[in-house]
Design a protein around this ligand. Structure first.
Ligand SMILES: [Zn+2]
Length: 487
């Protein structure tokens, strides 16, 4: 058995307890001892004086379903050793043999080609165990994917959970999830509750309709008893900022009444999404083809434009093109929709419609979503786990993909002083491990798996910006997964 001792560091054990000086001893793939301990003579010693020794980070909201299999290093470079994928209704299973509709549905988020999809949770999780060498992969079953798979959704969900999926995710802002009646969600949440797993949701609305959206999800949890995790909690768009404190109060009150609800959030005020999300849900029925057909009819076109503008909590100057597929539109990347419209000499809504037609619906958008005060309140809230919610794009991704965890420890904790290091570490280790039923990870304790991230608290940080996002973090010094040194 190989022994590795990380000596003389500051131990931040994941529980939220105050940091303590000491050493950590790993034996093979697990932690043998921690604290002021005797180091066996045969142990390899790694000097960690001046460094923080923490559990490997858990990204409990990731869209790297496909990229974890390719061993992309963006997350590992931040100290992440476990990822929960299958979020927001998008999972890579269960897929039926004709996967065209699934690819059209999910490629904007999963950044895949035309060659992916697994018939069952067991197949995907097995592929992940065999191929993913940098992180441990857990996956939710995505409700959108279940809808496209055809057969009985409850039975398919049941099978997914039995085969090791850690819960169910919904994406109620996107078709097909958006069109699903409450009763179906209730039936599915009952299945989740019966298995003791978690239900995570990208709710119907995060801006002007935030409170109703939260109420609906709380009602599901009340009726079914399932554990509820609100995904990327925020009040998006300046017109909705005042709703956030009210929304948090509702979550707190529900908890007092026995609902097991919590949420995740990412440490940035700007978000990234797809351009179609600005449109009224009904206009997207039948996918991009349905939309383009509707837009070809002048009356419909005016109606959709009016509905879009009145429902928006953002100003057009707060929305930026992040990625587009065609060569001709590359010059728009980084430009606000307000400016795109001005350059084209048309109304912003018209510019959106034209862009969607030119790109067959596939345009990614960066949006100024949150105020600093709201972001701080959400990150510091006892119910929040902190996540990347990162996804790959062909073009310029959101900097959270490269830097969420390092930015949390450097920018948010050290520079802004919003959170203590032990609190921040808790929100990316033990807290998500508990929520998602991830056993023997997320904590530095004897008998736990030896997933360990060592960073320099003075230099940890992310230089990734919205303009130049593809930069690796600084200050992550050593990363071990199952006792194996990966960084
Ligand atoms: Zn989402």
């Amino acid at each position: 058995m190989t022994w590795t001792a990380l000596t003389g560091g500051t131990l931040v054990d994941g529980t939220g307890a105050a940091p303590a000086q000491g050493s950590l001893l790993m034996e093979g793939d697990h932690i043998a001892a921690i604290g002021v301990i005797e180091i066996p003579a045969a142990a390899r010693q790694v000097d960690c004086i001046g460094l923080v020794v923490a559990p490997g980070f858990i990204d409990s909201h990731s869209h790297s379903d496909l990229q974890v299999l390719e061993n992309r290093r963006e997350k590992l470079a931040q100290g992440v050793t476990t990822e929960v994928v299958g979020n927001c209704g998008f999972s890579v299973f269960p897929a039926r043999s004709d996967r065209t509709a699934l690819h059209e549905f999910a490629n904007g988020i999963l950044c895949g080609g035309d060659d992916w999809g697994w018939p069952s949770a067991a197949d995907y999780l097995c592929a992940a165990r065999e191929s993913a060498r940098l992180v441990t992969v857990h996956s939710l079953a995505g409700h959108g994917t279940l809808c496209l798979a055809g057969a009985s959704r409850e039975r398919m969900l049941e099978a997914c959970l039995e085969e090791g999926a850690c819960g169910l995710s919904t994406g109620l802002m996107y078709a097909p999830g958006a069109n699903v009646p409450f009763e179906e969600l209730e039936r599915l949440c009952r299945v989740v509750a019966r298995h003791g797993k978690i239900y995570t949701t990208h709710m119907r609305d995060y801006s002007l309709g935030l409170l109703d959206a939260i109420e609906e999800q709380l009602e599901l949890a009340r009726r079914t008893g399932c554990r509820l995790q609100i995904s990327h909690f925020q009040a998006a768009g300046a017109r909705s900022w005042e709703l956030q404190p009210v929304a948090l109060e509702r979550l707190e009150r529900a908890r007092e009444q026995g609902v097991d609800v919590a949420f995740d959030c990412y440490p940035y005020t700007r978000g990234s999404t797809v351009l179609t999300q600005l449109l009224p849900q009904a206009s997207l029925e039948g996918g991009i083809h349905g939309l383009l057909e509707r837009l070809a009819r002048p009356v419909e076109r005016r109606r959709i434009a009016a509905e879009m503008s009145s429902g928006m909590a953002h100003g057009w100057g707060d929305l930026f093109v992040a990625a587009a597929g065609t060569e001709a539109n590359q010059r728009l990347v980084g430009m606000s929709l307000k400016r795109v419209a001005a350059e084209r000499g048309c109304e912003p809504a018209e510019a959106v419609f034209d862009l969607l037609a030119e790109e067959q619906g596939r345009v990614n958008v960066l949006e100024i979503n949150q105020s600093d005060g709201n972001l701080r309140q959400a990150l510091a809230h006892p119910l929040s786990s902190i996540v990347s919610d990162g996804f790959y794009v062909r073009g310029r991704p959101h900097p959270r993909l490269y830097g969420a965890f390092a930015h949390l420890l450097g920018g948010v904790c050290r520079e802004w002083g919003w959170l203590t290091i032990e609190k921040a570490v808790h929100k990316i280790t033990e807290q998500p491990a508990r929520r998602f039923g991830i056993e023997r990870r997320g904590r530095l304790a004897a008998g736990y798996i030896a997933d360990v991230t060592v960073f320099d608290p003075a230099t940890v940080g992310s230089p990734a910006t919205y303009e130049n996002p593809c930069l690796p973090p600084t200050g992550i010094r050593h990363v071990y997964r199952e006792g194996v040194k990966l960084i």
